[in-house]
Design a protein around this ligand. Structure first.
Ligand SMILES: C[S@@+](CC[C@H](N)C(=O)[O-])C[C@H]1O[C@@H](n2cnc3c(N)ncnc32)[C@H](O)[C@@H]1O
Length: 484
């Protein structure tokens, strides 16, 4: 199926503000559209586009497949500390007993609002909880269902001590169930931050956490969303933005204030208790266009201290998991200068370049990675994807074949190879590949990810596509044999 994506990108941006322009997002959009069409038994992209335009349920299902929900408990805890240690004691004094209202906007699977509740309990005790209303809101209805369930795996506990986990969660097999008293403290709501009118329940907040969400929008969209958020705040309310996003959100809608070394935004009309920072919107516009300019590239990155390398590599992986390729790029460059032989950094940088569509530079790095390790899974898969994203399917097949040869227990490589054969209409090979991928998904679901690079895909969607293609190709095969 050859698919013109721009009308889909336009519709999604117009309704949600989400920009889907890097190579990985484009790939994900194409496969999500394919899944949507299969699920709704629609055979033409034009008809599916019309369906998305007219039918909110179809549109919502597509959005659920496209959002990035990366999060974990007590992420950037300093801002939660600022809330419980500084703002709340002050507000409790000022508000004369009325509940303090807290919103996590773009709450994903709930780790952020639940972390706030845990911090409130630790600071003020469980009995004080009636003095707070905590709400979590997100555009993705599926991730909200997960938030309400409040059952998490290891991955959500990157920022949590064992003590805390033990205090607030019950272990159930490999998972951790949040205790009921905490689960009940957060109300979850569906919310599109880009839409103008919000329900009355989503107003009058004293603090809104809006962290690691603005990165998916361009500057005009950020401005619109900030105006919407401003209307959801009380006159004295504050907006907490992720530390790395501060500059790109200083857009003249709210005022940037610094307190205890941390930044937040408040309404222009409000009296600020911290130090008001002069407007930085000029620089913000430059940065938040999500472009690192050529001039910036020419500045040689600062050398890194050895101790910083590990932490920066973690940061780089997070940035990639959140698709912040332009922010990740200078960090990858600096890391590769500091550790030129580091295989993982080379692969991560190649992945960034691929997403910025700098194909040749990405390919050169991946070939170097293969020289370091002839059968590196990540390098082979990335080379296959690099060819696929450029529409060079025959070349993609060659790389995926090598990956299958060297890593035959990985369902992902069988899936990619089968998908490439399918695009080439090599039906018997595609059918065999999809069947193998499906068997391996059941046998070795744990062998899902690449080793070094955080590739964003959904096993559930790939399973669905395998099943669907197997059905279709089998039926085609039967028709062909009847026709003979
Ligand atoms: C990376 S997560 C951030 C989670 C959490 N705030 C944190 O910092 O860990 C971004 C979330 O923003 C949500 N989102 C994206 N666009 C949105 C919109 N227009 N309205 C509401 N939520 C949106 C996504 O569904 C996703 O769950």
């Amino acid at each position: 199926m050859s698919l013109l994506l721009s009308p889909f990108q336009t519709l999604i941006k117009a309704r949600t503000g989400l920009m889907l322009e890097d190579a990985n997002s484009i790939d994900k959009l194409a496969s999500s559209i394919q899944v949507g069409m299969e699920l709704e038994c629609i055979h033409s992209p034009e008809r599916y586009l019309a369906q998305l335009t007219e039918n909110q349920q179809s549109f919502q299902a597509l959005i659920n497949r496209l959002t990035i929900n990366e999060t974990y408990f007590f992420r950037e805890p300093e801002q939660i500390d600022l809330l419980v240690d500084v703002f709340i004691p002050q507000w409790q004094h000022q508000f004369g007993g009325r509940p303090i209202r807290i919103l996590s906007a773009g709450c994903s699977s709930g780790e952020e609002p639940y972390s706030i509740v845990m911090a409130l309990i630790e600071r003020f005790g469980e009995a004080a909880l009636s003095g707070f209303n905590v709400v979590g809101a997100d555009i993705d209805s599926q991730v909200l269902a997960k938030a309400m369930k409040a059952r998490y795996n290891e991955f959500s506990f990157r920022g949590v001590s064992v003590d805390r986990r033990h205090r607030f969660f019950d272990r159930i097999g490999d998972a951790f169930q949040l205790k009921e008293t905490i689960r009940q403290q957060v109300a979850f709501k569906e919310l599109n931050l880009f839409a103008p009118m919000q329900s009355p329940e989503l107003r009058e907040f004293d603090v809104i956490f809006f962290r690691n969400v603005s990165i998916y929008f361009d500057t005009p969209t950020r401005k619109t969303i900030q105006q919407n958020l401003s209307q959801m705040l009380t006159d004295q309310g504050v907006l907490m933005i992720g530390t790395a996003e501060t500059l790109a959100n200083d857009l003249g809608v709210l005022r940037l204030v610094e307190r205890n070394g941390l930044f937040y935004f408040s309404k222009l009309s409000a009296k600020a208790d911290g130090v008001v920072v002069p407007n930085l919107s000029k620089q913000a516009n430059k940065l938040s266009a999500n472009l690192v300019t050529e001039e910036q590239h020419k500045v040689p990155p600062k050398p890194l201290r050895p101790l910083a390398i590990l932490a920066d590599k973690q940061k780089l992986i997070h940035l990639l998991a959140e698709k912040q390729y332009d922010q990740a790029f200078p960090l990858a460059e600096a890391l590769l200068i500091a550790t030129p032989q580091d295989h993982q950094t080379r692969l991560l940088k190649a992945f960034i370049l691929m997403n910025r569509k700098q194909w040749e530079a990405a390919e050169a790095l991946l070939m170097q990675a293969l020289q370091q390790d002839d059968w590196c899974l990540d390098a082979l898969v990335l080379l296959g994807l690099l060819a696929k994203w450029q529409g060079r399917i025959e070349q993609a097949i060659e790389w995926f074949k090598k990956a299958v040869y060297a890593h035959s227990d990985r369902w992902l490589v069988h899936y990619y190879l089968a998908d490439s054969y399918y695009r080439q209409q090599q039906s018997p090979l595609a059918l065999r590949g999809f069947k193998t991928a499906l068997q391996l998904m059941d046998k070795h679901p744990e062998l899902s990810d690449l080793r070094w690079v955080p590739l964003d895909f959904s096993m559930a969607e790939m399973r669905f596509l395998c099943q669907h293609h197997i059905q279709k190709l089998t039926a085609q095969g039967k028709d062909a044999s009847h026709g003979n």
